[in-house]
Design a protein around this ligand. Sequence first.
Ligand code: PLP
Length: 406
Amino acid sequence: MLFFDANATTPCCDEAVSALLPFLQQHFGNVSSSHALSHAPLAALASARASVAELVGARPSDVVFCSCATESINSFIFCLAERHPSGHIVAGATEHVAVLAALDRVRSRGVRITLVDAELDGRVLPENVAAACEMDTVLVSLMLANNETGAVNDIPRIAALVRERASALGADTPFLHSDCAQAAGKIPVDLARLGVDAITLAAHKLYAPKGIGATIFREGARRPSPLLVGGNQECGARSGTENVPYAAAFGAAARVSIEQLASGAGEATAKLRGRFAVALKRAADASGIAVALHGPLRDAFAACDEGALAANVPQALPNTLSVAFPGGNASSIVANLASALAISAGSACHAGVDKVSHVLKSMRVDLAEARGTVRVSIARGTSEGDVDAAVTLLVRAAIDGRADTK
Ligand code: PLP
């Protein structure tokens, strides 16, 4: 099975597995216990916190572990909405459903929501985000990298313009949040440079287990009240007995990601992405089927600009391609490939639901193109041979899909 679905999830790296195992049986203690069984888990938790903090340039004391990115995101939205029941929230229309569904819930309770559409390149214009802010905007939430298109938003500029807008309005600066679940481990994430109050991470997107995530606050940020209350773990920021095995694995995987990014993994992945895109264009052209890319590499693909497609540019994740076969059916392409090539139609969270992606709708992508769009996301350890084989399979499936619909 060729795995090209790394934006859905990733396998645990060896380092994460080795870090996790001792805390299942040998060092099983509860961090909150007063006896010696708490010592090793406590030390592991501290070390994991330091590694995750280092991945995003934060202080360990500003890292709050939680169960997943969804929990982190939900907690901001629910807690700020509870505090400001008639307030206003601004978010990107291309955000993950973890944001959009939480916004739907608070909207039904009276909070006003403005969703800012993306441009055709998949990115949200910072000026549009700032313009959407009002006197009573309490939260602005914009993802760093989009899970479907790989488009990377200019979060530093968004944060700067939102602050300027609040000050021009004479309003309090809204809480600024960025969902960095898809960005972390793939591109450098630096909390201070982003200029937001908090970011969200999901461990399983960076070769650690599912079931753990983190919220990381800017030093000195005003923190919304916690979603989970109880035993006051995580310094009161998130109650619930700490998941030490998974935190240890998250820390180990974060460390590997730091090393990988420093040793040029982003550039190497972008080269593979370029190879995929160029081979795809050539194979589709040779077979007479139409193909296009959505997102930041759209024009480079149309022009078959090999250099641009293989470059690790700031506006695109190096591993993601949103591939459109206009007139095709993404669900049947993905289903036909299911045992040979793992890709997805839109995001995995929508799997099985045959509807047009809200991300592509927001970008005002043509419907026939959107319905035929699959997401290819390259994983660590992928070879050039894997890329070539995946392209062959994908183009064959697109051709077969076309024959089926005739
Ligand atoms: N945010 C983004 C951008 C994602 O891609 C995902 C998962 O696909 C999430 C949030 C939610 O992550 P989880 O399901 O692990 O909570």
